[in-house]
Structures are given as C-alpha cells and as structure tokens.
Design a protein around this ligand. Structure first.
Ligand code: IPM
Ligand code: MG
Length: 371
C-alpha cells in the first residue's frame, strides 16, 4: 500500500507562495519515484492571514497544522504589516504562535557548504574548509516569550527628566526547557562528530548561568562521551567567521540562535540556502531560515533551495524517507555542480545563461530527481 502523508502548507507572504510551488513540485516528483502520496492542505498564516481574517494565526490554521503529519512553512512578514503600534496585528505573531501552539521547542538549522558554492561566500575558501555544523536553537522560550510590556514611565526617569514610556522584554528559562533542548543537542552530536558548543552570556545574564549549569548537569549525567565546550555568544559571533570548522553542534537559546544562524548562513553563500526543522513532541514544522524577501516578491527570482532543503529535512525527520531525502539533496548538489544559480548565489564565475529564476531552479531539481 502506498503510504500517504498529509502536509499542511503555509505559503505566507512575499516570496513564500513562489517557493511553496517549487516544494510541491519536488514532493510530487519524490512521490512518483519513491512510491508515496502527499496530500496538501493550504492554510493562512502571517500577513496573508491578517488581511483575510484580521489575525496572524487563525484557529483553523493551528487546527490544520495539528491535524497534519508535517507542516511546511515558507515565510511571513513584509512592510505592509510593519508597525510600531503595540496593538496592531503582526505577521510574526503567527509564526511565534504556531511554534508555541505546536510545542516546537527545538529548531535545527544545518549549515552545510556545497562544494560548488564555496566561491559564493564572502569568506575565503580556506576559511570554509570542513564547515558542517548544526545549530540547535531553543525556540519557545527566552526573550521571545517572556513577560513584556510597554508602559508609562511613572518614576519619570526618562532622559532629561521627561516623563514618557518605557518598555521591557524578559528572558526567562526554566530548568525543564534547558534540559530538553540540551538533550536534543547532545543526541544530535552523538550522531555527528560528538562535539557541542553551548553558547550563552553567563558572564552577565542570570538566565545564562542557569542555562550553563543545567547543560553541564545533563551532559555529565547522560552524555559524558560528548565533548562540551562553553562559549560566550560574542565570542561565538567572532569564531563563526574566524574558524567556523571548529563547530559541530551549536546549542543556544532563542534569540542568540536567531542571530547566529543568520550569520552562519552566510558561510553557505546565501541566506537562501539555509533550511530548518522545528521539532517538538507532536507535528513538526519545516521552514527556510530566510524571510519573505518583500523586495523581490512576485518577480520569480527567489532562491527555492532553502525551501527544498527544508523538504529534505521533512522527509528525514517526519517521514523517515531517508533514501528520498538523499536523492533530493543529491539532486540539489548536482544542479549546483552543473553551474546553475539563482542570482543570490551567482558569483563572478557564473555563466549568465546559467542564472535562473525560481521555477527554472525547481524544474532543474525535479529533472534530476526523475533522471
Ligand atoms: C527566524 C525569523 C523569525 C525569528 C522572525 C520572523 C520572527 O527571523 O525564524 O529566524 O526571529 O525567529
Ligand atoms: Mg531569524
């Protein structure tokens, strides 16, 4: 019997719908070749959902995501919905809401360099040799979800004694939250090169001191075979461009992981190459790490590869279709090796006739999947 997998698609905003089309194309090709059936159900999230319903995460979307075997999210947000009004709905509330709603506490962002793209990075090729890391970002705690407010500055301590507003966000972590993400990182390291850098700011932040203590406790009790290195986040930011090959698994809290993963993506040449998997105890969600790129939306030039690499992660983690995942990764690698580029990864050595748009790039991958 042909296995059937139900995928909830969340195309979102900006380039989201364009790259979603490419993901569906690739999944259909994979279904034909590997004998699986994918059923797609589309739902609204982000700005698209705000426009249609007034809220960034409609109840039906969360219900559709929960009911699916996996969720594939493209990107959300854009200038249309940007506002500093604390009461205005924001697309990002949809993304944070669905992460929280599905309990997706572990965000895995693999940073892998395709040989063909070494020249596309802003770093020297020597600096990129041996780079293969996995960022394990805590995704449902910290500053993104802690108590926050904007309120009248009643003490009148504003600059020059002028009374005004003040605002705060709070970074809260519980032992439980740190333990479970630490386990994910140590497990991942065991299946890789056996090293975890735990990134914090323990020289300043109390939440980081608890983080460090708990990570060490979990390590000593359950994973003494894994090498554990503490690193302060400012140092990590520097080490990522100085000697990125030192990293195997990088374990870190929500906001540090957000920032460091954008930085690490440039090792690969483009933010358009970084995939991610968000895992919890139920349905998992897959999404490229890049945003909705409103500046190029609708032009057919967006790079669909981070989306396709997110599909690869879905095949592995949610459907255990490892052979299909390898085939998809191999197809992407072959297309790049043949010199095909979207413009974000085109270099001085790219032939103009090999610079292609979103859908041509998707077709090239599908051709190789079928060939
Ligand atoms: C990411 C994004 C999101 C985040 C934004 C859009 C809320 O930057 O997935 O990295 O900060 O988590
Ligand atoms: Mg980010």
């Amino acid at each position: 019997m042909t296995p059937t997998y139900r995928i909830c698609l969340l195309p979102g905003d900006g380039i989201g719908p364009e790259i979603t089309v490419e993901a569906v194309k690739a999944l259909e090709a994979i279904g034909r070749r590997f004998g699986a059936r994918f059923e797609f159900r589309e739902a609204l999230l982000g700005g698209a959902a705000i426009d249609a319903t007034g809220t960034a995460l409609p109840d039906e979307t969360l219900a559709a995501a929960r009911a699916a075997d996996a969720v594939l999210l493209a990107a959300i947000g854009g200038p249309k919905w940007d506002s500093t009004d604390p009461d205005a709905p924001r697309p990002e509330q949809g993304l944070l809401g669905i992460r929280k709603g599905l309990g997706l506490y572990a965000n895995l962002r693999p940073v892998r360099i395709f040989d063909a793209l070494v020249g596309a990075s802003t770093l020297k090729p020597e600096a990129l040799a041996g780079v293969d890391m996995l960022i394990v970002r805590e995704l449902t705690g910290g500053l993104y979800f802690g108590p926050r407010a904007r309120e009248r500055d009643v003490e009148g301590a504003g600059a020059g004694g002028v009374r005004g507003m003040r605002a705060y966000d709070t970074c809260v972590y519980t032992e439980f939250e740190v333990e479970r993400i630490a386990r994910k990182a140590f497990e991942a390291a065991r299946a890789r090169r056996g090293r975890v850098h735990s990134v914090d700011k323990a020289n300043v932040l109390e939440s980081s001191r608890l983080w460090r203590e708990v990570v060490h406790r979990v390590h000593d009790a359950e994973y003494p075979d894994v090498e554990l290195i503490d690193q302060l986040v400012d140092n990590t930011a520097m080490q990522l461009v100085r000697y990125p090959a030192q990293f195997d698994v990088v374990l870190t809290e929500n906001m540090f992981g957000d920032i460091l993963s954008d930085e690490a993506s440039m090792l690969t040449g483009s933010l358009g190459m970084l995939a991610s998997a968000s895992l919890g105890d139920g349905t998992a969600l897959y999404e490229p790490s890049h945003g909705s790129a409103p500046d190029i939306a609708g032009q057919g030039v967006a790079n669909p590869l981070a989306m396709l690499l997110s599909v690869e992660l879905m095949l592995r983690y949610s459907f255990a279709m490892h052979e299909a995942a390898d085939a998809l990764a191999g197809a992407i690698e072959a297309v790049l090796a043949d010199g095909w580029r979207t413009r974000d990864i085109a270099g001085p050595d790219t032939l103009p006739q090999r610079t292609v748009g979103t859908s041509a790039m998707g077709d090239l991958v599908v051709e190789r999947l079928e060939g």
